[in-house]
Design a protein. Structure first.
Length: 520
């Protein structure tokens, strides 16, 4: 009997007994599985060229599994009615994804955990084109670096788009329309790269289809084609430790959401990794999808603007959203990228801008995670390139990707994760009442964000510009100690002793600082 490790990718291969003009559309095939405890699972098999079909799953129970296939064309004896079994063995390695199991939403709906309940801090890096453009050696180098830099997730596109109309071999994910014809060769080159993300202990996070402009595949394709393509991608990679973004960078408000609601129900009609939508800048779209059974968490992008209006949206809308039922994790998937030119002022965002956006994101709503991006990494070029042709009027020059492999902003993210994981970060909740006088009322760029545990044994206050902080720490548990945490270096130093009532703390200098108050 074949054997596989718990939470690894197990694959069964089927061979159809006939040829099809459009196999995914004409011969949809499902594999039903029964676990050792009798629990039933379903996965779609996917066409992999010629007469080859594959079904992948990640078994979570140790013991003997049994499976049976079902094809829409019941006369195809190669796809319909096939059966088999395999043994799932305990995993004894060090990969955290297999040690703790796939990622899901926590029971309280505020953050992510592994299957065994271990909290998962989602710290992602945006490399939109990396999966498609990177060589195998460069991809390994990138993933090894991001693992060492303490990232936990890698975020990418699954299909070429305006920024990359075809892969380096001149191919696209599909051809034609209504229905499209999937190109297995395109995906075969990507399989090992998706697997490599998990092999480095990182969660894969995929945008299935871009939907920013009407000409993008998310809108251009028929709804039937969007479902066909999305189900194919989920079938092919869904057994990996992966999160899904169904539509990326779009305006999904109002009636425009109806199409995506239907697509989501058709694509995620069985077990799947956590799924969401990735709306365009300064747009939550949470109200539209709040009642969708497949919509697992809320994402937004505070975007690449330096305007006060957009900054005010950032500091108010996500802060209000987390209070609405039902609870869901909230993640800023696209804060300002390091070295990205601001839409309005054209100045390039610095590591300070990155830190400010990341700490704000984690403190204005319950911390579940946040994403970092570097303007030289997401296009994945091997030399300096001008992106004006793909993005008219952008005045963007980028690259090479190695320029963004290590930077002050990247180093700040590693320090950020270390800070939050120094305590039970998942218990933190926004605590704006800690701030006695809010500098952000006069200048949003100076907004002070605060969070605290409901028990009052930990409070975190982030000041982006330094200076004097007027707080009301009286409600915190005593005895407690206050320390300054340097988000640039990770160094700590003592702060003023806690007193009763309103109290003023002065940062060590005029840079950004974190005030860390914990009971002793």
């Amino acid at each position: 009997m074949r054997e596989t490790a718990q939470w690894a990718v197990h694959e069964e291969v089927l061979t159809s007994s006939r040829q099809y003009q459009n196999p995914p559309a004409d011969a949809a095939t499902t594999v039903r599985l029964r676990s050792p405890t009798g629990r039933e699972h379903r996965v779609d098999a996917f066409w992999d060229g010629g007469q080859t079909w594959r079904a992948r799953l990640s078994p979570g129970e140790v013991g003997e599994w049994h499976w049976r296939s079902e094809c829409a064309n019941r006369d195809d004896r190669g796809l319909h009615g096939r059966s088999g079994s395999f043994a799932c063995l305990p995993y004894d390695g060090e990969n955290p994804l297999q040690r703790h199991g796939p990622i899901r939403v926590s029971n309280d709906g505020r953050h992510f955990v592994h299957a065994d309940g271990t909290p998962f801090f989602w710290l992602g890096d945006t490399c939109w084109n990396g999966l498609m453009r990177a060589t195998s050696s460069d991809w390994q180098r990138y993933l090894a670096a991001r693992r060492e830099q303490r990232f936990t997730a890698i975020y990418f596109f699954t299909t070429p788009w305006r920024g990359l109309p075809q892969d380096p071999w001149g191919e696209t994910a599909f051809t034609g329309s209504d229905p499209i014809l999937i190109n297995p060769g395109y995906f075969q080159r990507l399989d090992a790269k998706v697997a490599a993300v998990n092999q480095h202990g990182l969660c894969a996070t995929a945008i299935i289809l871009l939907a920013l402009m009407e000409s993008d595949e998310g809108w251009r394709l028929s709804e039937r084609d969007v479902v066909l393509y999305s189900r194919y991608v989920v079938a092919r990679w869904g057994a990996h430790h992966i999160m899904w973004t169904l539509g990326g960078d779009g305006d999904f408000r109002g009636e425009r959401a109806e199409r995506w609601k239907r697509v989501g129900r058709a694509v995620f009609d069985r077990e799947h990794g956590p799924a969401t939508m990735h709306p365009c800048g300064c747009n939550l779209s949470a109200d539209e999808f709040r009642d969708e059974p497949w919509f697992d968490f809320i994402s937004y992008q505070s975007c690449h603007s330096d305007s006060l209006e957009d900054m005010k949206w950032f500091l108010t809308e996500p802060a209000a959203e987390w209070l609405k039922p039902p609870p869901r994790p909230i993640i800023n998937f696209e804060p300002n990228y390091e070295d990205h030119p601001a839409y309005d002022t054209k100045r390039h965002f610095t590591d300070h801008d990155v830190r400010r956006a990341l700490y704000w994101s984690l403190l204005i709503s319950p911390p579940a995670g946040v994403c970092y991006g570097n303007h030289n990494v997401w296009p994945w070029t091997t030399q300096t390139e001008d992106l004006n042709k793909a993005f008219p009027g952008s005045d963007w020059r980028v690259g090479p990707w190695t320029k963004g492999l290590d930077s002050p902003g990247v180093r700040s993210t590693a320090i950020l994760r270390g800070f939050f994981e120094s305590g039970e970060w998942w218990r933190l909740r926004p605590a704006p009442s800690l701030i006695a006088r809010q500098p952000g009322d006069d200048n949003p760029r100076a907004f002070v964000a605060a969070a605290a545990t409901e028990a009052g044994d930990w409070a975190v206050v982030y000041s982006p510009v330094g200076g004097r902080l007027s707080l009301r720490p009286g409600g915190l548990k005593r005895p407690a100690a206050a320390r300054w945490f340097d988000p640039r270096t990770g160094a700590r130093q003592e702060a003023e002793a806690l007193k009763g009532g309103e109290q003023t703390f002065t940062t060590p200098d005029a840079q950004d600082w974190v005030l860390d108050i914990r009971s002793t």
